[in-house]
Design a protein around this ligand. Structure first.
Ligand SMILES: [Zn+2]
Length: 386
């Protein structure tokens, strides 16, 4: 069974309980029973909202590129207000006039609450077990809620049993039910409002992400780790300091980090990994310029080498050959050289690859824009995990 199946199971249990409690509440006149009926009904609403928003949340549009995850949070807030209104109404009635429970339907009432108590306990137990197995904190949290539902039913049971023994204590137990409902409402509000304010995810999830990251020896530092949760989905922004000179290998590494993260954390929807090299000089970029000062179409037509380093340099290019130029590039410790095309001669190619220089082919004519193109691609690597 997956998360949606559990939401359906919980919906079924709550709907049946709501119906039975409502009928039993009408027949016995018990206020605590009525309160519990409304409570079960609002729990059913919560399941319906969760069910539909899980379906809807995957719909990403141009206007809502992150999907509609927050609908679930919004729905939960509405339910919390409904619960608060319910508990206010129960308080008002319980504090108003005496509540008399009719004895003729007592047996039926007791039957209903015992059924509710047992079904909530069983559901809570199964949910917690499945939640641990599916690694779903939402499901585990729901199992605790279902446990408080069982507690609510047991309050009604105590009330009805006391009538059986000749005491009319229902209004006091109704107060207990009202307290329980407002406690649930406040808890929901607190959680959902925090989510809307982009609270960080729990420490356990962060620890799990750190563990995955630290399993990569190339990651020298985690400079930033920002994870927010939205309707059960996670969005992560990472700033990593990576060791390595090879630009292609670094790109592959970042892909690999993404894959590992999504394997460990199924709820992860989007990861943005920004990375920096351990040594800033590693990304020294050179651009070959032609006679006109534009990016040179090929190695042969290059007249100057513009180096974006600290400080920037402009060098005249040796006339003789592609190999001589490649020697110069290697000796300058360049990491990337930008040009229209790769060199033609294989000896030049050999010199460059030995020097760890990557040739970046561009169609850009303006050297500064070509430089921007390189830097932009290097510094951010965005991933959309699906
Ligand atoms: Zn509940």
């Amino acid at each position: 069974m997956n998360k949606q199946h559990w939401a359906l199971a919980s919906l079924a249990v709550n709907l049946i309980q709501a119906l039975f409690k409502f009928l039993a509440g009408l027949l016995t006149g018990s206020l605590s029973m009525m309160g519990e009926a409304v409570h079960s009904l609002s729990d059913s609403f919560a399941s319906v909202v969760a069910f539909f928003t899980i379906k809807l949340s995957d719909k990403k549009t141009k206007k809502f590129p992150y999907g509609l995850y927050r609908l679930e949070n919004l729905g939960a807030i509405l339910i919390a207000f409904f619960l608060l209104m319910t508990s206010y109404e129960i308080f008002r009635r319980a504090l108003g006039k005496e509540v008399i429970v009719k004895e003729e339907y007592l047996g039926l009432g007791i039957g209903v609450v015992v059924f509710s108590l047992v079904s909530s306990l069983v559901l809570s137990f199964l949910e917690r077990r499945a939640g641990k197995k599916l690694n779903s904190p939402t499901l585990v949290a729901d199992s605790y809620h279902t446990l408080t539902d069982a507690f609510g039913s047991s309050l009604v049971l105590l009330s009805l049993l006391s009538v059986y023994l000749g005491y009319q204590l229902d209004r006091y137990f109704a107060l207990g039910v009202a307290l329980l409902i407002s406690y649930t409402a406040v808890k929901i509000l607190w959680k959902e409002v925090s989510v809307l304010l982009d609270v960080s995810v729990d420490e356990r999830t962060l620890e799990k992400i750190r563990e995955v990251l630290l399993s990569f020896p190339e990651i020298k530092e985690i400079k930033g780790l920002f994870v927010r949760s939205s309707g059960g989905k996670l969005f992560a922004d990472l700033v990593l300091v990576l060791e390595g000179r090879d630009f292609i290998r670094m790109h592959r590494l970042v892909d690999h980090i993404e894959d590992s993260l999504k394997k460990e954390l199924k709820e992860l929807d989007m990861v943005f990994i920004h990375y920096e090299p351990t040594d800033k000089e590693v990304f020294k970029v050179g651009i070959l310029l032609d006679e006109g000062g534009n990016v040179s179409q090929c190695f042969e037509s290059a007249k100057e080498l513009l180096i974006f380093g600290n400080p920037p340099e402009k060098l005249l290019v040796p006339e003789e050959s592609e190999s001589a130029l490649s020697e110069l590039i290697s000796s300058k410790g360049l990491y990337i050289v930008v040009c229209g095309h790769h060199p033609v001669s294989s000896s030049a190619k050999g010199i460059l690859s030995q020097g760890g220089v990557f040739v970046w082919e561009t169609e850009e004519k303006n050297p500064y824009r070509a430089f921007k193109e390189v830097i932009y691609s290097l510094n951010s690597k965005e991933g959309n995990v699906h």
